[in-house]
Design a protein around this ligand. Sequence first.
Ligand SMILES: [Zn+2]
Length: 314
Amino acid sequence: MSFSNDVRNELARIIPEKSCCQKAELSAMVALKGNLQTDPVGAYILQVEMDSAAAARKVYRLMKNLYEIQPTVSMRENRRFRKTRVYLVTVRILPEQNWILGDLGLMDQHGIIRQEPRAGHIRKNCCRRAYIRGVFISRGSINRPEGTYHLEMVFSEARLPLQVQKILSRFHIEARLSERKNGLLVLYIKESEAIVDFLRLVGASSALLEFENVRIIKSVRNQVNRQVNCETANLARMVDASVRQVELIEQLIEKEGIKGLPHNFRELALLRIEHPDSTLRELGTLLDPPLSKSGVAYRMRKLEEYAQERLQDT
Ligand SMILES: [Zn+2]
């Protein structure tokens, strides 16, 4: 199962406590997934098509909690995509109950069907969170945190994504808007911090935990990589120095003979040629008497200076 499905299912199982939030969330799902028709007697048939059983159950429960209506849930194989199922919540709304459509923000006082949230549904922060959750359950998807960070909500409606973007910005979550070639508008978040804030906002605790865990593992891995790179760089510097020292010493011996070298340099020069891969600390232990790393470094620097001087004299 995809991470998107996990997150949407987790959100589908959350039933807000307050009825104001229940209404806000239901209004989002009904507006984005609903379909309104009239039957021969003139009653409205509202049908909401959800992708998962959990989401359909949520729509069903919120309808029952908020209004005295009797929805039914049914399942059907999706004709467009093989082997996927859709869950339909269907409810017949009698003419005397038409106010419910207005109450859900599905229809204005002129009987015009609308997708955007009613101002009253998103006036309070508690309701805004519930509304965003409803939008994500209906139109959202999110990448597994192991991959590229990406969360998006897709809209065919023109003004709605701007409204959702505005609500998110009230919670200091910055979502960007882009248009796909097929004309769909995509509201997306790519920054991991902002995705974490989003998951926290809509109450996806398990998803949030998983996301944070992977984020920590990733950042530790980056740290280790940086450390390895740093060690590799040190090693490269050390090898460069050794190559330079060996070359200088060989040229010096060629010019003056090993006996021509001052006594205190002779042993170190020979050790360096014999052990080109050894560190200065290791060379120090081979000296007789042994010398500390800084002692070897000092003597090696003097040896290099001496060699450079002597070789320039030609
Ligand atoms: Zn509320």
